[in-house]
Write a protein that binds this ligand. Structure first.
Ligand SMILES: CC(C)(COP(=O)(O)OP(=O)(O)OC[C@H]1O[C@@H](n2cnc3c(N)ncnc32)[C@H](O)[C@@H]1OP(=O)(O)O)[C@@H](O)C(=O)NCCC(=O)NCCS
Length: 157
C-alpha cells in the first residue's frame, strides 16, 4: 500500500494537453455501464471474473469519484472510499487504453487527492497496480516502510 505525503503534491497535471483533448472532468461516478467498460479495459485479471451486477453494486460505496468524459463518453474514472475523517482509499483509477499517456490519469488523481485534502482526511492510501509505482510516486505517494506494510488477505474467501 502506498501513502501520501502532503508536501510533495506539487506540479501535477498538464493543462496544455488536457485542453487539446477537450476532456471534461466532473466530481461524479460513471454510470454502471461506463464503469463496467472502464473496469474491463483495466487489464486486471479480476476484471473479467466480476459479473456486471456485482460491479454496479460497488458504486454506491464511493465517498467521492471523478469521471473524465470526452464528447460525453467516459474515458476515465477514479474512486475514493473513505470515512471522511481518518482514512481514504483511492481505487479504480482507470483510463481507457486508447486515451492513456495524455495526463488524464494524473488529472483524475489530482482531483481525488484535492477532495481528500479539502475534507482534511488524515491518511490517503492506495494500492499501486504492478508497473504503476512511478505514476503514483510522481504524484507524491510513497511506499509504506517494510516494517509497516499495507497487507491483504490472499485471494477471495
Ligand atoms: C494508470 C493509468 C490510470 C494512468 O492513466 P494515464 O491517463 O495514462 O496517466 P497519465 O497520462 O497522467 O500518465 C501516464 C504516463 O503518460 C505520461 N504523460 C502524461 N501526460 C503526457 C503528455 N501530454 N504527453 C505524453 N506523455 C504524457 C506520464 O508521464 C506517464 O508516464 P509513464 O508511462 O512513465 O507512467 C492508466 O495507465 C490505466 O488505466 N491503467 C490500467 C488500470 C490501472 O492499472 N490503474 C492503476 C490502478 S492502481
Amino acid at each position: 500500500m502506498i501513502g501520501w505525503r502532503p508536501a510533495q503534491l506539487i506540479g501535477v497535471g498538464d493543462p496544455m494537453s488536457l485542453d487539446d483533448l477537450a476532456i471534461e472532468y466532473r466530481g461524479e461516478l460513471p454510470t454502471a455501464e461506463e464503469f463496467e467498460r472502464l473496469f474491463r479495459s483495466s487489464g486486471w485479471t479480476e476484471a473479467f471474473t466480476v459479473p456486471a451486477d456485482r460491479l454496479e453494486a460497488a458504486l454506491p460505496s464511493a465517498w467521492y469519484a471523478v469521471c473524465a468524459r470526452r464528447g460525453g463518453e467516459a474515458v476515465g474514472t477514479g474512486i475514493v472510499l473513505s470515512d471522511g475523517v481518518l482514512h481514504a482509499l483511492i481505487v479504480d483509477v482507470i483510463v481507457m487504453p486508447e486515451m492513456r499517456g495524455h495526463g488524464i490519469g494524473t488529472e483524475i488523481m489530482r482531483r481525488l487527492v484535492a477532495r481528500c485534502q479539502e475534507a482534511g482526511v488524515l491518511q490517503v492510501q492506495l494500492f499501486s497496480a504492478r508497473g504503476k509505482r512511478d505514476f503514483y510516486e510522481r504524484l507524491g505517494f510513497v511506499a509504506r516502510p517494510d516494517d509497516g506494510p499495507g497487507m491483504e488477505l490472499s485471494g477471495p474467501p
